[in-house]
Design a protein around this ligand. Sequence first.
Ligand code: NAI
Length: 735
Amino acid sequence: MAELRYDGRVALITGAGGGLGREYALMFAARGASVVVNDLGGGPSGDGDGTKIADKVVAEIRAKGGKAVANYDSVEEGEKLVQTALDHFGRIDIIVNNAGIIRDRSFARISDTDWDLIHRVHVRGAFLITRAAWPHMKKQKYGRIIMTSSASGLYGNFGQANYSAAKMGLVGLCNTLSIEGTKYNIHCNTIAPIAGSRLTEDIIPEEIFKLLKAEAVAPVVLYLCHEECEENGGVFESGAGWVGQVKVQRAEGVVFATEAAKLTPENVRDSWSTVGDMSTCHYPTAAGDSTVLVVQSFENAKRDITRSTTSAEEDGFNPSLAIGQKFPSAQFSYTPNDVILYALGVGASTSQPDHLKFLFELNEDFCTLPSFAVLLGQKGMGNLFMGRIPGLRDIDITKILHGEQYLEVFKPMPTSGTLTTESQIADIVDKGSGALILTETKAYNENKELLSLSQSAIFLVGAGGFGGRKKSEKAKLTVKPPSRSPDASMKEKTSIDQAALYRLTGDANPLHIDPAFAAMGGFSKPILHGLCSFGFSCRHVLKQFADNDVTKFKAVKCRFAKPVLPGQTIQTDMWREGNRIHFQTKVAETGTVVISGAYVDLINLAPQPTVVEPAASESSLASDVLFQELGRQLSEHPDLVKKAKGIFLYIITKDGKEASQWTLDLKTAGGAVYRGQPKTGKSNVTVTIADADFVDLVSGKLSGQQAFMTGRLKVKGNVMLLQKISQLLVAKAKL
Ligand code: NAI
């Protein structure tokens, strides 16, 4: 792995004579940066000054062959610090605003000096230095700036009101600089370190103090200051070799705009738990985001008012009111760990070498299984259970069944990111015994590009008969598979803990883990999530027909027929029809169909022969194996197709009776071998031969001529073409 280097970069580290700043300076210099080591050398509360400690760090750097100069000004002399960088090194690329003091007092005892001095060093110092460097960074279109905050600011700490206020002030400064700097490639991030230093020796217990080595924070600061790092406006806590991001989150909240819920102190009190409900929340990253979300919530609420006739209708089940309701947009952040957890949840395993690309973030082909996008739809679907949708507020969630699922991906899912989802009730149809609610969720990436569309069909048992339409033109429909036996089939045993694992991807319904809860639902044990079996089958199709290439996945539709129990074997039977792969999923042990009417649409598939894998029970003919082998040979040697352009129908007999038919299509691009009559055009040659004779013919024991002459091989059509194909069969089928 290439080392992150800073050659040619000039870094100014304030308060670098000791503690954290010193570690930053040493590490920057060791990796090629020219460093300005600033420190006025005072005491921890800002008293006194001296040159010694900055000089010592400079000497240390130079002794190791690095480049550094000292600066002894207070950070309140911002311009002088930046000037030192320009005078000695000609530019300024990196600023770590690190200098700091503390003047801890309980709030009532804080003097004006305690307050002002803290603010002058921390906030005003960072402001003056950054302002002095800003025009240079803008001009060179490059800058990396660090603000130093503290857990005391982020969360509060007794006796540090002055310090907490200043440290949070730096977060605010960083937030705005990150916005203003973006277009000049100036990034600003905040670090909230945790380290044993003279500032914390009286605060942190001795044994913990020893663990919190100052050098453990430096690599995080260095990464944030590298040109490769895209991070901007982030806040990161770091200490003892740990680092984690801190974000401001905002609850979905409550809009008081309806007649039933006016904005009164009493209504605010009664909704207080929802006001603070963080189960679905947003992470606004700019003041504008927050305003947009507020306005959006109001727009939704206003529509509720205009559409509702009476509050009773709003509270009950009222499909016409519910259709078209949009849910507030939400954000979904995920990391490679989530991507890997999902892959494990749907059965990817390190026992399969070709699964490593789904399981190892450093694999050069690391990618996200396309069906991962269904998790976003599931989030949208979750709105149904919150009781917040006008017209669907009063539905009985114990009567809800996830009936069908459609998913379309427009771009391969990234391996990490923050996606925005927009969900709505697309339609509700009257199925007599129940109502079918179609929820749709669109997911967008950070550039506002549409990544996926998920449509879930939710069956609400007992809610039919409301006089609604029987069909919806918005519904994506299931499609029956062809009536022939499957072209391919894959079986995989699920783990006994499959549901326990899959639920960690977001569907924590106890039905999938708690035996008592499952029993209440009438199940002998907790069942596997329908979307887990769905994930298995999508993976099977992708492997069988697209060589695990996720860029070839376009869409999937399926109906959930029955549940799978963890530990059972999932069998996906597949049929290829052009770029559409029909599939049906069964429990192999019982033969029960669990997913029906399903298909995956793939794109950019090379024309390829269809290799037929008959179910073991279906055929006991030796010739079947030969035809399958021939299919494989054709996929490996497409040149064979060009040699004999024709369609061959083989009628295989056993005990004098027709036992099976196979088509060898060498006319269609890529060729195809499949059971049954030709699907495109007519056969040029029809061959009738006994199963055993066919084996002898292919193995070379029986010559074609001899078979023909003795009547064991009957041919209709172009015999010359057959001669070519006979040679091909003998030459290529590996018996
Ligand atoms: P430290 O006291 O070892 O280092 C701070 C350095 O800043 C000292 O060398 C001091 O001489 C220098 N300094 C103070 N006022 C200055 C001024 N006006 N101009 C130039 N230099 C000045 O403390 P430590 O722990 O390394 O702290 C570094 C930064 O990290 C500070 O901003 C502190 O508030 C912050 N921090 C530290 C935490 C910790 O656990 N050590 C926790 C949270 C924040």
